[in-house]
Design a protein around this ligand. Structure first.
Ligand code: ADP
Length: 225
């Protein structure tokens, strides 16, 4: 059986990162977040990291060429042997085209999950979001008033791009550059599930995703659905 590639697609703040962290354990595959990879580069303070910091703070996308290379390196790591969840990639049609070629070469047929969340919900969620700078765990101040991470005790931070102005720019970049990717993925013939991602806790939404994809994954594994 070929590797699993699950593409989690949706606007910023639709819960891709949260869902990927829940699903990677149950599916036994790696989680690849281009946002996390880019933020690690920023945190390293390298020259590249400083250039990326400017783009991320503005809510603009990073160049396709750089992101494509980062993803190619990451998918070659040993923890991707059984497969991987892509969170935040592909984010442009050019990235999707390249990904399509790379996956076809490896005989991988991706499954796409489209998380549907209304923009008003997104704006509210992002203004309440806190993140652990050490392990990347995500929190909401409305459901968890703690100021430190449950896993490693680090002081939680507000992401530099979660302020109202940058969120507006991220949503514009999504509309302009990323939303067309969904039609491209469907046009490429990939199986795509629309999943309601606004109502219910993260665990409830993860259950909805698992129920959506389970039949398809069982079929691929030759098991009864
Ligand atoms: P969100 O999906 O909530 O916007 P991410 O952590 O996925 O958050 O991305 C944060 C920022 O990283 C994006 O606003 C963009 O600047 C950059 N980024 C992430 N993934 C990509 C990508 N595939 N292509 C270009 N830029 C990206």
């Amino acid at each position: 059986m070929s590797k699993l590639c699950l593409i989690l697609f949706g606007p910023p703040g639709s819960g891709k990162g949260t869902q990927a962290k829940l699903l990677r354990t149950s599916l036994g595959v790696a989680h690849i977040s281009t946002g996390d990879i880019l933020r690690e580069a920023v945190a390293s303070g390298s020259e590249l990291g400083q250039e990326l910091d400017v783009l991320l703070r503005a809510g603009s996308l990073v160049s396709d060429d750089l992101v494509n290379r980062l993803v190619a390196d990451r998918t070659a790591q040993p923890d991707c042997e059984k497969g991987f969840i892509l969170d935040g990639y592909p984010r442009t049609v050019a990235q999707a085209e390249l990904l399509g070629k790379v996956l076809a070469e490896q005989g991988i047929d991706p499954v796409v999950v489209h998380l549907q969340v209304d923009y008003n919900v997104i704006i509210a969620r992002l203004s309440e979001r806190r993140q652990c700078p050490t392990c990347g765990a995500l929190y909401s101040v409305t459901t968890n008033a703690s100021e430190v991470c449950d896993y490693d005790g680090s002081k939680l931070i507000v992401r530099s791009d979660d302020n109202a102005d940058t969120v507006r720019e991220r949503l514009k970049a999504y509309e302009r550059q990323t939303a067309p990717v969904l039609a491209f993925l469907k046009g490429a013939g990939y199986v795509c599930f629309d999943v309601e991602g606004a109502s219910g806790s993260p665990v409830v939404i993860a259950g909805r995703i698992k129920r959506s994809v389970s039949g398809e994954l069982a079929r691929r594994a030759g098991r009864p659905a």
